[in-house]
Structures are given as structure tokens and as C-alpha cells.
Design a protein around this ligand. Structure first.
Ligand code: TXA
Ligand code: MG
Length: 350
């Protein structure tokens, strides 16, 4: 599917009449008619289509080049829409929705037979999220349908945190983009499987493990890759098996050992490679000495700055034309868990 022109609508997320804004109305109407439209959320930009229309769902997979075995998240504007999708809402899911919706949390629950197998990639569960972004909410309301939306990047690329990133990946491949400025967290939502007796965090994200434990109790919350004994029963988000979040240049993670870091960087330079270092502002002086390009991730003591800038900075590192990207690592507490998850995937060689 190709489009002569991808329409871009610029809207102000502070506008308190967004739902009746003519651009949102038009974008919503296009979704209702089966087109796919990119839009901002508080996590990253999504690529939305009518979840009840299989032709629209196919267009999402085509535009992204996404494998058909990777299911989509269905976005809702009001809690009542959840009942149209879920066969059952387990108590844990209800508690988490009460605490964090609207917000950066995706809940996996048993699906109703009416939910298309294309959306869920044949699984008997469905992933649902109520986003907390005024533009996303207004658009879903204007469309009047549940909106299936993966991140609005070409498959395998870092998720878009700005409309410009969407345009670079998908211009001419989608009908339109609603530009509502930069997204908030800059990393995707936390995906929690609530179909069993415990809540499995399949993808760490904006809502932290600690916040989820505060609601459900530590003993109810599990993270895949924990104890080896869990391996057999660990549920998985199909999307987590793909190499993700990656720029074109190879990414290497730095360690706490600065001698070893310098050795690695000098070795790369001896071999004729140009290098970019992505690190916190606090470490600018240390790394600027060895790097051809230094890109700041913000303050390392404010992980929300690091998460908000991470994907944009990975894309900028690529655009600078360097051969290798080195990146600082962070503690796995709070948002650090999601940041490290994305960095490790960006650095994975397969
Ligand atoms: O923040 C976000 O979640 C963004 C915005 C647009 O909402 N969306 C997003 O979607 O990141 P996507 O498609 O890039 O990632 C969805 C993840 C994938 O890893 C997918 O495999 C998993 O959720 N997923 C979806 N449905 C699932 C299901 N029924 N069971 C297990 N995993 C599921
Ligand atoms: Mg994605």
C-alpha cells in the first residue's frame, strides 16, 4: 500500500476542545473508514487502525513490515470498551486498571471470540491499554472504535517519540500523522499478563515493577528470566523475541569499569571506526575525550530524562554517520529496568 502523500495534522495537546477539533475529527473519520493513522501517546507514537476491521489491521502490519505472529495492543478511550474485548476481567487486571489507567500500562486478559485473530496473532488473549494523552484519547473518541496500535516505527527500528521519526519511517506508507509534539515517557508501556494466578511483566515500561508490586503485593508479581525453575511456564510477549529498538550502527554497552571502557573505545578507533557515545550529562567530560560524537541522555539521576531522550538519541547517533555506538548503562530500579531492557535489545546481535 502506498500513498502519494501522508497527511500531517499539527494539534496542540493543551487545546481543551480537542475532541471537536476538525483535524482530530478528520483523522478519526479516516480510522473509522479503515485507514491507518499515527498519533502521539504518553509513551511513544502509535500507528492506529480500527481493531474491528481486518482490512485496517492488515494495513498496520504491512506499513510496519511487522511479522504476523506479533500481536497488537488495542487502545480504548473509556473503561466500558474493555468489556467488548475481554471475555473475563481477572481481579488483578481490575486492580491494576484502577490504579494506573489511563496510563502507560497494557493488560493482557482473555479475549472475546469477536476479537479478530489478526489483532491477537491467534492467541486467546488480548492486550488492552487506555492511554493518558489528550490527543490519543480525543482521536479514539472521534474514531468511535477500539484502536489497534503498535508503535509507529518500521519493524526493528527504535520506536518514534516525535512525529518526525514517524515521517522518516512511514512517509508514503500510511494515510496520516497527527503531530502532537514529543511523547512523554519515551519508552513503551509496561505489558502485564493477567491471565494466570500471577501477574507476569512481559515487557517493563512506563509503569514500574515497584509500582505494580505496591498494588498487587510482591509475591504476585513475576518477571520472566527470574528463577530458572520458572522457565518452562514463563509466558512471553511474542514481540520480545525480535531484535528491536535498534539503530543501524551496532550498539555496545559500557560498563562501570572506565579503564575497560577506554580500552574498548580505543580498540574500535584503532580499527578505523568512528564512534558515538551516548551517556548521561554527568559523564560528558569522561567520554567526550574518546568519542567522535558525544550525545547526552540527560541527567543520570533523573531516569525520566534518560527514557524520554533514549530513542531520539539512538536515531541521532545513527544520523551522525558513526560506525559504532557505545552507550552507558543504568541501574535496574524504577524506570531503569525498562531502559536497560531496551538497551540490551538494541545491543543484541541476533
Ligand atoms: O506504549 C505502547 O505500548 C505503544 C503505544 C503505541 O501504546 N505500543 C506498543 O505496541 O509498544 P507494540 O506493538 O510495539 O508492542 C506490543 C507488545 C509486543 O511485544 C507484543 O508481542 C505484546 O505487546 N503483546 C500484544 N498482545 C499480546 C498478547 N495477547 N499476549 C502477549 N503479548 C502481547
Ligand atoms: Mg514496537
Amino acid at each position: 500500500m502506498s500513498y502519494q502523500q501522508t497527511e500531517v495534522w499539527c494539534v496542540d495537546k493543551e487545546d481543551n476542545q480537542l475532541t471537536s477539533h476538525p483535524d482530530i475529527q478528520q483523522a478519526g473519520l479516516w480510522i473509522k473508514k479503515g485507514e491507518v493513522i499515527a498519533f502521539p501517546t504518553e509513551t511513544v507514537y502509535g500507528l492506529g487502525g480500527d481493531a474491528t476491521n481486518e482490512e485496517a489491521v492488515k494495513k498496520i502490519f504491512q506499513a510496519k513490515g511487522r511479522p504476523a505472529d506479533n500481536p497488537l495492543i488495542v487502545h480504548i478511550g473509556e473503561r466500558a470498551q474493555w468489556h467488548d474485548l475481554a471475555a473475563d476481567i481477572p481481579e488483578m487486571a481490575r486492580q491494576l486498571a484502577d490504579a494506573f489507567w489511563p496510563g502507560a500500562l497494557t493488560l493482557i486478559v482473555p479475549k472475546k471470540p469477536s476479537v479478530s485473530n489478526l489483532v491477537t496473532a491467534g492467541l486467546d488473549s488480548v492486550a488492552v491499554r487506555m492511554p493518558d494523552h489528550p490527543v490519543a484519547r480525543a482521536l479514539i473518541t472521534a474514531a468511535g472504535v477500539p484502536v489497534a496500535a503498535p508503535s509507529a516505527n518500521r519493524s526493528g527500528r527504535p520506536s518514534p517519540t516525535k512525529a518526525e521519526h514517524v515521517r522518516r519511517d512511514l512517509d508514503g506508507r500510511i494515510a496520516g500523522i497527527v503531530d502532537g509534539g514529543a511523547s512523554g515517557y519515551g519508552l513503551e508501556s509496561t505489558v502485564v499478563d493477567c491471565t494466570g494466578d500471577e501477574a507476569w511483566i512481559l515487557r517493563p515500561g512506563g509503569i514500574t515493577k515497584e509500582e505494580i508490586e505496591d498494588i498487587l503485593g510482591k509475591e504476585k508479581v513475576r518477571l520472566p528470566g527470574g528463577a530458572p525453575a520458572d522457565a518452562k511456564v514463563t509466558p512471553k510477549a511474542p514481540g520480545m523475541k525480535y531484535r528491536h529498538y535498534a539503530p543501524d550502527a551496532p550498539v555496545y554497552l559500557l560498563t562501570d569499569n572506565s579503564t575497560e571502557n577506554e580500552r574498548q573505545m580505543n580498540e574500535a578507533k584503532r580499527q578505523g571506526s568512528t564512534i558515538a557515545v551516548l551517556a548521561s550529562e554527568e559523564r560528558r567530560d569522561e567520554f567526550s575525550r574518546c568519542a567522535d560524537v558525544f550525545l547526552s541522555l540527560g541527567s543520570g539521576s533523573r531516569l525520566e530524562e534518560v527514557s524520554a531522550s533514549l530513542y531520539d538519541t539512538l536515531r541521532r547517533a545513527d544520523e551522525s554517520g558513526v560506525d559504532i555506538i557505545f552507550c552507558e548503562t543504568f541501574s535496574r530500579e524504577g524506570l531503569g529496568l525498562a531502559i536497560m531492557n531496551r538497551l540490551e535489545k538494541a545491543a543484541a546481535r541476533t
